[in-house]
Design a binder for this molecule. Structure first.
Ligand SMILES: Cc1cc2nc3c(=O)[nH]c(=O)nc-3n(C[C@H](O)[C@H](O)[C@H](O)COP(=O)(O)O)c2cc1C
Length: 277
């Protein structure tokens, strides 16, 4: 494995946190791949190499999974008409149409339900919120492994949480059985070089890393610092400034009117077979 130069590491750290005092001495190709991540929302029409899908799924299945229950599935969508319908269901995010492969990750308790029926066993635990969380977490871990694998192959990805705007519409489109729902979609393809995205800075580590016990008092200062970092990032990218990051983010959580239909998710999950006890 070739260790990248410290110059590359410093550039990655600067990009991830904004210019600052961060230094880290050790990096390898895996960490470099992780730190190079940026969401891609513009794709070329270059098809994926043969076996790419199977490689991504092998990486996804290599993730840890709660109790080895493997309570997730994924639907690979390549049909342009279906991508278009899913894009419409996911807030009309038209770039979904431009990726050659759209993966929809599924929190899947249907398989366990079916196993229980085959064996004549009770599956009462599937009715609890805990099992919905297990399946959701499993699907996220699998998806993130696939995303990293895709990026290691030179592909770009973008998660699509808006697939949850209409859980039942998506379930119908994908023919999901009861006790299964889409946690998010994921665009996969080659990034359009004409519209390259940049590494987006994250909060200073002091905001997310607590030693021994949580320390709420750090947040005020680091959020101010991060507001400045994000202002500089948007200016450098010639992107439309969104306003201070904290205010912009708070606007996203202001209330149900900002949730694009996801405020009705509990009822939708009930109808999809999740009792959420
Ligand atoms: C679960 C999840 C759902 C997301 N949903 C969307 C989405 O619907 N549309 C979109 O353009 N980006 C979506 N994103 C991408 C985030 O906006 C992006 O990861 C974040 O702004 C950080 O940027 P970066 O990935 O380029 O570092 C989603 C990311 C995650 C993890």
């Amino acid at each position: 494995m070739n260790a990248p130069s410290s110059h590359t590491l410093q550039q990655l750290l600067d990009a991830r946190y904004g210019q600052g005092p961060q230094t880290l001495d050790c990096i390898n190709e895996t960490i470099e791949t992780l730190m190079q991540h940026r969401s891609v929302r513009a794709f070329t029409d270059q098809p994926l190499a043969p076996n790419t899908l199977e490689l991504l799924i092998a990486a996804a299945q290599s993730a840890s999974t709660s109790s080895n229950l493997q309570t997730w599935s994924v639907i690979a969508v390549e049909d342009p008409a279906r991508k278009q319908r899913l894009s419409a269901l996911a807030g009309n995010q038209v770039f979904i149409n431009s990726c050659p492969l759209f993966l929809v990750w599924i929190a899947d308790l249907a398989r366990m339900q079916s196993m229980g029926e085959t064996r004549g066993k009770t599956t009462g635990s599937l009715d609890y919120l805990e099992m919905m969380l297990v399946a959701t977490i499993d699907s996220a871990l699998a998806a993130q492994n696939a995303a990293i694998a895709a990026e290691s192959l030179g592909l770009g990805t973008c998660y699509i949480g808006a697939i949850r705007n209409d859980l039942e519409g998506v379930a119908r489109e994908l023919g999901l059985p009861p006790r299964a729902f889409a946690t998010f979609g994921m665009c996969v393809g080659y990034a359009d070089p004409a519209q390259r995205s940049a590494i987006k800075p994250r909060l200073p580590q002091a905001s997310v890393l607590h030693k021994e016990q949580y320390n709420l008092s750090v947040h005020g200062d680091v959020v101010e610092t991060y507001n400045d970092t994000m202002d500089a990032f948007y200016a450098a990218q010639a992107m439309k400034p969104l306003g201070a990051w904290d205010l912009h983010s708070l606007n996203r959580v202001r209330g149900p009117e900002a949730m694009n239909g996801r405020d009705a998710m509990t009822a939708a999950l009930h109808r999809l077979g999740f009792a959420l006890k």
